[in-house]
Design a protein around this ligand. Structure first.
Ligand SMILES: [Zn+2]
Length: 114
């Protein structure tokens, strides 16, 4: 399988890794013979999926349609949020045993603007 990259942050998404894929194709309606474009797959890593879903609606009708689909997926199950959280924290086992964030984290860690 070819490597895919997150459309938003360009992070490489390896096969089997959690991500959101948006498939896009166009076809003619009411025209014979019917024409159909090739399908494109657009991928988002878990972090960007969650960030997009939690964020405000984007500009543009097509972007809003994709945003609503991603919100559906992210809102339906916490596994993408979990994957994003794990990526943010590194390997879970590497977390400090105290379970606290420690003093190194600063400021408004809840929101990232890419
Ligand atoms: Zn990303």
């Amino acid at each position: 399988m070819e490597n895919t990259f997150c459309l938003r942050c360009n992070r490489e998404i390896q096969s089997g890794q959690k991500s959101v894929a948006v498939y896009l194709f166009a076809q003619t309606v009411g025209v014979r013979p019917r024409q159909k474009s090739s399908a494109q797959r657009i991928s988002f890593c878990p972090q960007c999926s969650v960030s997009l879903a939690m964020g405000p609606p984007p500009e543009g009708a097509l972007n809003i349609a994709a945003w609503q689909m991603i919100r559906d997926l992210v809102g339906a199950d916490p596994s993408l949020n979990q994957a994003a959280w794990e990526a943010l924290n590194g390997v879970v086992n590497a977390l400090p045993a105290t379970g606290t964030d420690g003093a190194t984290r600063q400021g408004n860690a809840g929101y990232f603007e890419f």
